[in-house]
Design a protein around this ligand. Structure first.
Ligand SMILES: Cc1cc2nc3c(=O)[nH]c(=O)nc-3n(C[C@H](O)[C@H](O)[C@H](O)COP(=O)(O)O)c2cc1C
Length: 207
């Protein structure tokens, strides 16, 4: 492929990807699930450590288990914030429906064992942060790969607020720290246009 074609294909993919939160009834074929997960393998990671793992959820039963567990924790958190019960029910219900209606959910966890060890907390925290950066890169790969196959996706941050709840609900190993999930499916409708930041807003030094 000529470089100009590659640039235009990559630009199309990253400009065209959008967060889409509702999906139609079609399941994602297994072959596509595999192709999407392949994309994560190519994400950059610190010292080639590959400090993340994924759980791929398709059955309604396991998605419901995750939704119930995270919903219960969120309900408790919002009650502690003293939100009115009807607001709590609406918020938690909306989130639950999103998980139940997404035919495919990919949960991304940090896996810190392959990282370097330091005697001081400062450098150790930097290692953990690097793992989180790398998980973000892998999740972006997954979203772009999904988009390139006609699928829509949306990142949900809920697991980072209750990693132990997600770990228990999915029977994940104690070495995993769930941080994020992607809902993936065939988008029900295109999202509204979103204005992007100007380049001057995001580049603070161009020397
Ligand atoms: C770290 C992170 C956490 C996010 N968490 C959520 C979330 O919990 N729920 C949600 O609907 N969208 C979530 N999003 C999606 C953002 O809302 C979305 O990327 C943003 O509005 C820009 O829209 P776009 O993805 O269509 O460009 C998250 C995105 C990132 C990067």
């Amino acid at each position: 492929m000529a470089l100009s074609e590659l640039a235009s294909a990559v630009d199309d993919a990253l400009r065209g990807r959008r967060s889409i939160r509702s999906y139609d009834d079609r399941a994602v074929p297994d072959s596509l699930v595999r192709e999407i997960m392949e994309a994560a393998r190519h994400a950059p990671s610190p010292h080639h450590s590959v400090p993340w793992r994924f759980a791929v959820l398709t059955s309604l039963e396991i998605r419901a288990r995750l939704a119930e567990a995270m919903g219960e924790r969120w309900r408790q958190d919002l009650a502690a914030d003293r939100l009115p019960p009807e607001v709590i029910a609406a918020e938690v219900g909306k989130s639950r429906r999103r998980l139940l209606h997404a035919p495919l959910i990919v949960v991304g966890s940090l896996y810190l064992e392959p990282l370097d060890s330091y005697p001081d907390p400062h450098r150790q925290q930097a290692e953990t942060l690097m793992a989180a950066h790398s998980l973000g890169a892998a999740l972006q790969n997954l979203m772009l790969a999904a988009h390139a196959r006609g699928l829509a996706s949306c990142w949900m941050c809920a697991p980072v607020f209750c990693p132990e709840v997600v770990r228990d609900a999915l029977d994940l190993g104690p070495e995993l720290i769930p941080h994020a999930l992607l809902t993936i499916g065939y988008g029900a409708k295109p999202p509204p246009e979103r204005e992007r930041p100007r380049i001057e807003q995001i580049v603070t030094l161009w020397a």
